[in-house]
Design a protein around this ligand. Structure first.
Ligand code: CA
Length: 229
C-alpha cells in the first residue's frame, strides 16, 4: 500500500488532507512539526511526503534538506505546501529538494492529481532494475535471471532490491539492517548473514553468486565489476 506522510501544523488542513488521502486509498501518517516527521520517517518509510513551509520548529525547507540527506529518501517525491505565492519562495523550496509545490488554500483535487503524477514518475523511475542477467521488477515483486522467474523469500527479495539499486558499494550489517529492515527494528546483525546466505544460494543456482561479495571485516557488496575479493 502506498504510504504518504503529511507534515503540517495546522490541524484543520492536516485533517482535511488526511481524510482525502485515506478516502483515495492511501495509507497516511501525520506529523505536526519537523521533529515528529523525522522521528516517523524510519518507521513509516513513506512513498511520498507532503511538507508545509511554515512549521513551528524548523522550516519546511530545512526539513526537506534533512529528508534528502537520508540516503533512503533521496528519491522520495516531496510536495511542498505554502501560504506564500512569491516566485522566490517557490524556487528555494524546489532548490531544497521538493519535487512539486502547491499554494494554499489547497485544492484536494489538484493535490491528488499531483500525488498521482509524482508517484507514477517515481515508480517508473525505479520500476525495473537490471544488472547483468538479473531483472528485478519492483512493482510486480519478481526477479528473473536469464529470463527465468526466480522464487524467493520476501526478505531476500528486498535485500536484493537494495543491492541492485546501490551497486558497487560496501554496506555493513548495521547499514543493511537500517536500509532493508528499517531503523528502530530490533533484529540481530546475524540475521543479515542468514539472509545473505539464502540469497547467495539462490544466485548460485544461476551461477551468479559471485556478484554478491563478502568484504572481510566490513560487510557486503553487490558488484559485477569489482569481484577481486
Ligand atoms: Ca503551517
Amino acid at each position: 500500500m502506498t504510504h504518504i506522510l503529511i507534515v503540517e501544523d495546522e490541524l484543520e488542513i492536516r485533517k482535511m488532507v488526511c481524510f482525502a488521502l485515506t478516502n483515495a486509498g492511501y495509507e497516511v501518517s501525520e506529523a505536526e512539526n519537523s521533529h515528529q516527521a523525522q522521528k516517523l520517517l524510519p518507521d513509516k518509510r513513506p512513498d511520498l511526503i507532503i511538507v508545509d513551509w511554515m512549521l513551528p520548529d524548523i522550516s519546511g525547507v530545512k526539513l526537506i534538506r534533512k529528508i534528502r540527506q537520508r540516503e533512503v529518501n533521496q528519491q522520495t517525491p516531496i510536495i511542498m505546501l505554502t501560504a506564500r505565492s512569491e516566485e522566490e519562495d517557490k524556487v528555494s523550496g524546489l532548490d531544497a529538494g521538493a519535487d512539486d509545490y502547491m499554494t494554499k488554500p489547497v485544492s484536494i483535487r489538484e493535490l491528488l492529481a499531483r500525488i498521482k503524477a509524482l508517484l507514477r514518475r517515481s515508480q517508473n523511475y525505479e520500476n525495473i532494475l537490471k544488472i547483468a542477467n538479473l531483472h528485478l521488477n519492483e512493482t510486480a515483486h519478481t526477479l528473473h535471471i536469464d529470463k527465468q522467474l526466480v522464487a524467493m523469500g520476501y526478505t531476500e527479495f528486498n535485500l536484493l532490491k537494495f543491492f541492485m539499486s546501490h551497486p558497487n558499494r560496501v554496506y555493513s550489517r548495521t547499514q543493511l539492517l537500517n536500509f532493508v529492515w528499517g531503523e528502530n527494528v530490533f533484529v540481530e546483525e546475524r540475521t543479515v548473514d542468514v539472509h545473505i546466505l539464502r540469497l547467495r544460494k539462490i544466485l548460485k543456482t544461476y551461477k551468479v553468486d559471485k556478484i554478491l561479495q563478502t568484504v572481510r571485516g566490513v560487510g557486503y557488496r553487490f558488484s559485477v565489476e569489482l569481484n577481486d575479493v
